[in-house]
Design a binder for this molecule. Sequence first.
Ligand SMILES: NC(=O)c1ccc[n+]([C@@H]2O[C@H](COP(=O)([O-])OP(=O)(O)OC[C@H]3O[C@@H](n4cnc5c(N)ncnc54)[C@H](OP(=O)(O)O)[C@@H]3O)[C@@H](O)[C@H]2O)c1
Length: 279
Amino acid sequence: MNVISVIGGTGNLGLPVAKQFLTDGFKVRIITRDKQSARSRLGDEFDFREADLMDIDSLRGALKGSHGVYINASGYSKNSYYENHVLGTRNILEALEGEQVECIGMISTASAYPEFSDRWDNKYKLEAEQLLRASGLPYLVFMPSWFMETLPRFRQKNKLIHIGPSNRPIHWLNAADYALIVSRAFQNSECRNRRLPIYGPEGISMRQAMLRFADHHQLKVKRLPSWLATFLGRLSRDEELVDVADLMQHYDRTGEKFVPDVTRTTTTFDNWLRTSSLG
Ligand SMILES: NC(=O)c1ccc[n+]([C@@H]2O[C@H](COP(=O)([O-])OP(=O)(O)OC[C@H]3O[C@@H](n4cnc5c(N)ncnc54)[C@H](OP(=O)(O)O)[C@@H]3O)[C@@H](O)[C@H]2O)c1
């Protein structure tokens, strides 16, 4: 495998994976909707190609000659989850017809199980995974728990907004450890056609993680009950806020699934905190 294309490689969690592939000696293409902006932000180390998940021709051109494809798609509403995960994956697979792809991988979530598919994100990630499986291409589905790098996204000025209660334990992992696992899995030709749940070393609730992050960066924590976050999100037509509140409520109901056979990352919360920034 020589050329790996990272779709969504400009994303919060796509970029660390793209960087790790580069460190590990691959030629890395970042597939983005705006290559000029991506290049000015990320420099010249990558080969930037422009494509949109909704445009098969653009995907065909951008992905031509890729030996590996890693998909870092996201969303914030029922519609965007459906478009980016299901339609996006379908289009990528159509664009790859005739290509010699040795491995196609996607970021999913630790909650991608049928019993949790009352949440649209989980449901459509599962559907995307089924499309990969049905394609006949060697595939990998990465199922990480929560990323520590998510915490700064809850900051508003000098406050951290804690939507909750969210007091169930979460096995937090960091993006660098995750990226290493993804790259190693792509390089191991015996690791194919698998779902890989990936958990961090310790179970810490969102509430505890927020308090520790806030304390470290001298922020205040403002509590926002998830029902109120939903109400405010609907009132202001903020789909992202409604989705985050739904995610918190879902997690409060289900918690993290106990899975006996997970890949464990090693960076502890305290170790990550020491090098963390406010984003
Ligand atoms: N945060 C967590 O703790 C956590 C835990 C488990 C799983 N995950 C999953 O991780 C995934 C990725 O998250 P993230 O934070 O990296 O997302 P993100 O920062 O929003 O990145 C999404 C990427 O998708 C690209 N994109 C969006 N629409 C596109 C389109 N129509 N065509 C082509 N590219 C498009 C964007 O690229 P351009 O704008 O450059 O085109 C961007 O690079 C999500 O599915 C999330 O559920 C997150």
